[in-house]
Design a protein around this ligand. Structure first.
Ligand code: FAD
Length: 688
């Protein structure tokens, strides 16, 4: 039902009071103290307004593209929309991080403006970290706006695109729920709310297919004239002849000013990593061509803390081989150490790295140069091709989805590999560096499920990371950025003079040798994947492969509790891998925990390549149906960690089957029970 003005005003007053009390002023027009602002962590940014209406007025914008992004894709799509809006339709666009604005005055945005929302759904249908406050605000039943009218957002025009993964139950729930909430508040959606599906591997194409009709609808609604798109830089890049890479004010990959000046202080977070020592590292696999790393990361020199079940984010460095390729193909290799100053051409644009810096540092530390390339970006670069032939090829790749798929996607080319494939020996010297900054994502930290217990080792974080290496026909293997960097760090720790996994080479001592002595930049992300607070509750854990990571932490914790005389409940772990002799993670360690936990602990293994039949964890789970069901009836917690695409789904199906068979109820009823276990947090997933 729609609320009338009086309701809104009354609810607004009530809600405002409650929220102000509960959040101690983190909502509404309460001025934030610098210490709580997300920017303060970076240490070098001036305070700025959180009022989006004011911001747009000040900077003469009529289109804001908000993003809720976890891994950078939504942020990238947001900047692409902003660029396209400007170059094709003359919109005055800006990109905005949802975390940096308040939303209580969205009602006064004005109907000559448009707000775009590019929203990723994270994990179990959750908002991304930077969208949590926005999401709570906009979906609150009685979200209230400063000048409540009926309906409060009647003036707001919006478009929306969601990034999701159909293997998760709450597919694209962010964009769906936000669209619903905005419409309920009276906002007018322009075009369909788009949905991109990472699970089907069609995200980019879904985005491209969504945006054309959206632009058409928007142009009609706002009376925009389409014009010939020309590249319009967002940044200026000036080569500084008065500075060299030795100049103390030049960033060589340091993430922010504090790091440059040598005294990086906390709080350490997603804007400010801690350069942590790796105190120990070892190989967990017993097989030549695959690696899985166990590392101990020491956080005792920082104020970082963690709880069992949290995630640690590792900030990677690009491999030298790909940095060189990128600089070579763009014609920058001879001047890789040239100092450049990068500035935004207008006040709402943000340079995604600190400046002054060098070409080398930007490419090595700040650009996601190894990732898949977007078709749209190749189309943009056609204008800067070295030859007419290359230009025609780039245009074809940009326009022809199937051709692009065959030539680029199927071969997993990154940007420099794609440019090499199109241009041959020719260098692409005409591409403005600003276009590369704008067109490529910024490097994203990668998350790892912490594989230690904070009760056992409070200041030391373990990780268990399998090194990504995908064999592809007709080209070198595709190498994961972060895990191969970590592999090089392990090699260095083991005394290899020039660690060089697979010829990748890394600037392993970091900018100005600040990571020497084997350090890696990290921060901790708190998660909801947690043991029951009462250790006597039974738990069932399904963790094949590196999915076992958090469960090593859980079991370490329970073993310590048992040793301390606490009553620990039944603890079942299902682990799976290929062969007992090759990739059985922590195989000798489990015995220790068995000693401490006695018959409370059972490890149930599934080896898929040891026998005639492929046996996976879900098969073992079915074999243990009776005990699993009994434990669940005693309110055991059920955890799944690891592969989201197949395993987590299979396990879910197995659990429904067990529930139906053991309780003698229909499948539909069992499905409902499993669903309600999820909503009650009795069934938790940590999948990727
Ligand atoms: P990336 O460089 O990011 O590549 C990853 C994959 O992307 C490649 O294998 C390939 O499939 C694709 N790809 C990359 N480049 C291209 C290209 N040019 N063309 C086409 N495809 C490409 N991992 C663990 O090992 N252990 C854990 O405990 C763990 N916990 C996690 C917890 C969470 C919450 C999340 C989100 C992830 C977790 N991961 C874990 C996964 C981890 O974060 C990384 O994704 C993984 O280690 C790969 O990172 P990378 O930088 O080495 O590979």
């Amino acid at each position: 039902a729609q609320l009338d003005t009086l309701d809104i005003v009354v609810l607004a007053a009530l809600l405002l009071g409650t929220i102000a009390y509960l959040t101690k002023g983190s909502y509404w027009a309460v001025t934030k103290s610098p210490a709580t602002s997300s920017n303060a962590a970076a240490g070098n940014k001036p305070q700025k307004t959180r009022n989006i209406v004011e911001k747009m007025e000040q900077s003469n914008k009529n289109c804001v593209v908000f993003y809720g992004s976890q891994t950078g894709t939504a942020e990238d799509y947001a900047s692409r929309l902003a660029k396209e809006g400007k170059s094709r339709f003359g919109l005055e666009t800006m990109v905005a991080d949802l975390e940096e604005y308040d939303f209580d005055n969205l009602d006064s945005l004005g109907d000559d403006k448009v707000a775009m929302f590019v929203l990723a759904t994270y994990g179990e249908g959750e908002p991304t970290d930077n969208a949590v406050d926005f999401y709570e605000f906009i979906t609150a039943e009685d979200a209230s706006f400063s000048q409540a009218a009926d309906p409060p957002l009647g003036n707001l025009k919006f478009v929306a695109f969601g990034l999701g993964n159909n293997t998760y139950e709450h597919y694209n729930s962010m964009v769906r729920n936000v669209t619903k909430a905005l419409e309920k508040l009276g906002a007018q959606r322009i075009g369909a709310a788009g949905e991109g599906d990472d699970g089907a591997g069609t995200m980019e194409e879904d985005f491209l297919a969504w945006k054309d009709p959206m632009w058409k609808a928007l142009a009609e609604k706002m009376g925009l004239e389409e014009r010939e798109a020309v590249y319009d830089p967002v940044f200026t890049v000036e080569e500084k002849e008065d500075l060299t890479k030795e100049s103390p004010e030049v960033y060589l990959g340091e993430p922010n000013k504090m790091h440059l000046e040598g005294a990086a202080k906390g709080p350490f977070n997603a804007h400010n990593p801690y350069i942590a020592p790796i105190t120990e590292s070892r190989e967990l696999f017993n097989v030549k061509d695959r690696n899985c790393l166990h590392m101990e990361i020491d956080i005792s020199g920082s104020n970082l803390s963690y709880e069992t079940g949290d995630h640690i984010a590792v900030w990677p460095t690009n491999p030298g081989k790909e940095v060189d390729r990128f600089l070579r193909v763009t014609g920058l290799i001879a001047k890789r150490d040239q100092v450049i100053s990068v500035k935004p051409l207008e006040q709402t644009a943000k340079v995604p790295f600190p400046s002054p810096t060098t070409y080398d540092a930007v490419v090595r530390y700040h650009m996601e140069i190894c990732a898949p390339v977007s078709r749209q970006f190749l189309a943009t670069l056609a204008a800067f091709a070295p030859t007419e032939q290359a230009k025609a090829e780039m245009t074809k790749l940009g326009n022809d989805k199937d051709y692009f798929h065959e030539k680029i996607t199927n071969r997993c080319f990154n940007i420099a590999q794609a440019l090499e494939a199109v241009g041959g020996q020719d260098q692409w010297t005409a591409i403005p560096f600003s276009a590369l900054i704008e067109g490529l994502n910024k490097v994203q930290p990668r998350y790892y499920s912490i594989s230690s217990s904070s009760l056992v080792q409070k200041k030391k974080i373990s990780i268990t990371a399998v090194v990504e290496s995908v064999e592809l026909p007709g080209r070198d293997a595709l190498k994961g950025v972060t895990t191969n960097y970590l592999l090089a760090l392990m090699q260095k720790q083991q005394g290899v003079a020039n660690p060089d996994p697979h010829g990748l080479t890394y600037e392993i001592t970091g900018p100005r040798n600040k990571y020497d002595g084997i350090h890696v930049p990290v921060h901790v992300r708190h998660s909801n994947f947690k043991l029951p607070s009462d250790p006597s509750k039974p738990i069932i854990m399904i963790g094949p492969g590196t999915g076992v990571a958090p469960f090593r932490g859980f079991i370490q914790e329970r073993a310590a509790q048992a040793k301390a005389g606490q009553n620990v409940g039944r603890t079942l772990l299902f682990f799976g891998c290929r062969k007992a002799s090759e990739d059985f993670l922590y195989s000798s360690e489990w015995k220790e925990y068995e000693d401490a936990l006695g018959d409370k602990f059972s490890l149930i293994t599934a080896f898929s390549r040891d026998g005639p039949n492929k046996v996976y964890v879900q098969h073992r789970l079915l074999e243990q149906a009776k005990e699993v069901n009994e434990l669940l009836e005693q309110k055991a917690y059920f955890y799944v960690c690891g592969d989201a695409a197949n395993m987590a789904r299979e396990v879910n199906a197995a659990l429904i089957k067990i529930t139906a068979e053991q309780r003698g109820i229909p499948d539909a009823k069992a499905e409902e029970i499993v669903k309600s276990m999820r909503s009650a947090n009795q069934y938790q997933e940590d999948v990727w």
